[in-house]
Write a protein that binds this ligand. Structure first.
Ligand SMILES: Nc1ncnc2c1ncn2[C@@H]1O[C@H](COP(=O)(O)OP(=O)(O)OP(=O)(O)O)[C@@H](O)[C@H]1O
Ligand SMILES: [Mg+2]
Length: 374
């Protein structure tokens, strides 16, 4: 079986490094602080918080994981919260009884199937949830924190709370969190620019709340060791230089390292030999070839100015608003570059890291470079 996994949360021996970050997050949370975890897309934020939850739970902390990506209505938000909390409670019947006391406008139902197994569902008063229901639901973690228990709530894809702007849920959650005792939070999300706006803008309820932790790429020596061990366990050899080349091809982004390694494994497994840079190049070409139409479509939807900026960032993403940069890449004035950056960032096509911009998908970057002879 292919030993490289990408796209899912990685756990156990699929997860390497991040020891220092794990310790920092665990100690910050157990010290009674909230944390905001920042990193560009696909750097391993969600996998890291799963590791953190594992360690916290081994210390007796109750951890609740909530992913807001799939919430599209108040009812789905309520169900998500309730189900996440239910997982941490003992008997379903007791939980249902407690829940009807804690949240007045919902009626939990427990039914027993022919096999005697209980199933849990919710009925909403008047058939739907309102902001008051959600307010009570946001306080559920406090009920878990009774009897001296510590609780950590992880809210993933937190930027999606802005879907509920008209109910002011961002402010509601912030004030509830401030009142809670023995409950701490980790906030993270894949849309980094929206997360930044939520925590760095004075006008937003979550301004300056929580200790900001930034994670970067995984250390190269650990990635090299991981790649070499995984290939070796299937009788394949990859040298240090080839590992470095693979890492460089994908801009050192953890998700794409695993993706490229997975395609490489597939290519070499049938004809085992010492892996060369040519093998890696062929895999890159395969990936770009497979996704070429999609990349072209993505590129074509932008205006000429946005395309010019994408081409420029594909080559170099430093100081992109400087007059030297604008001249060198024959771009429109800085104010227009700003507008293009806003559109491309909103779409997630480009991202910012340490003041520099880069194309989020390293294969799209290589596609643009190859296609336009840059
Ligand atoms: N510590 C790690 N060890 C091994 N692989 C990792 C690690 N961190 C990330 N990866 C790789 O990156 C992929 C994406 O990880 P994950 O979903 O945790 O990232 P994310 O930052 O939450 O992504 P998104 O921004 O899309 O939410 C994983 O499936 C795995 O291939
Ligand atoms: Mg994630």
């Amino acid at each position: 079986m292919n030993p490289f996994s990408f796209g899912n949360i990685v756990r156990g021996d699929e997860f390497y490094d991040r020891t220092r970050e794990t310790e920092l997050l665990v100690s910050t949370l157990t010290g009674g602080n909230n944390v905001v975890l920042f990193a560009p897309r696909r750097f391993g934020k969600t996998s890291l918080v799963f590791k953190v939850m594992e360690q916290l739970e081994s210390q007796g902390v109750v951890c609740v994981y909530i992913d807001l990506m799939a919430t599209y209505s108040l009812e789905s938000l309520v169900e998500l919260y309730v189900n996440a909390v239910k997982e941490k409670q003992g008997r379903i019947e007791t939980f249902a009884k407690n829940l009807s006391k804690w949240v007045k406008s919902i009626r939990p139902k427990v039914d027993f199937g022919p096999d005697g197994m209980p199933s849990f569902s919710l009925d909403f008063e008047n058939g739907k949830a309102d902001a008051a229901t959600v307010t009570e639901v946001f306080d559920l973690p406090q009920h878990l924190a009774q009897k001296g228990k510590r609780v950590v709530v992880v809210i993933d894809e937190f930027q999606e709370i802005t879907r509920f702007q008209k109910y002011g849920l961002e402010g509601v959650l912030r004030s509830i969190i401030q009142r809670q005792k023995n409950v701490n939070y980790i906030f993270l999300g894949s849309k980094t620019h929206l997360m930044m706006q939520m925590f760095d803008s004075k006008k937003r309820p979550f301004y300056n709340s929580g200790i900001q932790v930034q994670i970067g790429p995984l250390p190269q020596e650990d990635t090299i060791r991981f790649l070499q061990q995984r290939f070796a366990s299937d009788g394949m050899v990859i040298g240090e230089e080839q590992c470095k080349y693979l890492i460089e091809c994908v801009g050192d982004i953890p998700y794409y390292i695993q993706l490229l390694a997975s395609v490489l494994w597939q290519r070499v497994v049938t004809n085992k030999h010492t892996i060369t840079n040519d093998d890696i190049d062929l895999c890159v070409d395969d990936i770009i070839g497979l996704k070429g139409d999609y990349y072209q479509e993505q590129f074509d939807k932008y205006s000429e100015r946005q395309k010019s900026l994408l081409k420029a960032i594909a080559v170099d993403g430093c100081n992109i608003f400087s007059s030297r940069y604008i001249q060198r890449h024959r771009l429109a004035p800085a104010s227009t570059v700003q507008k293009s950056v806003a559109v491309l960032t909103e779409d997630g096509v480009i991202e910012k890291e340490g003041g520099n911009y880069f194309i989020s998908d390293p294969f799209l970057r290589r596609y643009i470079i190859a296609k336009y002879g840059l």
